[in-house]
Design a protein around this ligand. Structure first.
Ligand SMILES: [Zn+2]
Length: 101
């Protein structure tokens, strides 16, 4: 069963395998569609890896949703593509989102 995603993922921070595939998710910046809050969720703090994907929980309204692995991987690929374009244009992608720490 799939849960409708109620988070808009803005940025993903993840560990990569040698071959460039996604190993595990460290943190995401996302926008909660239920309350509009934008927050940074990290492992154990609103972000939990589940067998079918990643479970996100809003720290403000406690809305929780599961993002399926396929969707997450697609967003990650899109982010890499966008970052390459920004880098080529002389823009550091991390400048747009601020530091992770
Ligand atoms: Zn919320």
């Amino acid at each position: 069963m799939t849960t409708p995603t109620s988070f808009r993922i803005l940025r993903i921070s993840a560990l990569l395998r040698i071959n460039g595939s996604l190993k595990n998710v460290e943190a995401v910046i996302c926008n909660c569609q239920a309350c509009g809050n934008e927050s940074r969720l990290s492992a154990g703090v609103g972000l939990e890896e589940v067998p079918s994907g990643v479970q996100l929980t809003c720290p403000i309204c406690r809305t929780s949703a599961e993002v399926p692995t396929a969707q997450f991987t697609a967003q990650w690929a899109e982010q890499l593509r966008r970052d390459r374009i920004l880098t080529r244009a002389g823009i550091d992608p991390s400048d747009l989102y601020g530091p992770w720490t």
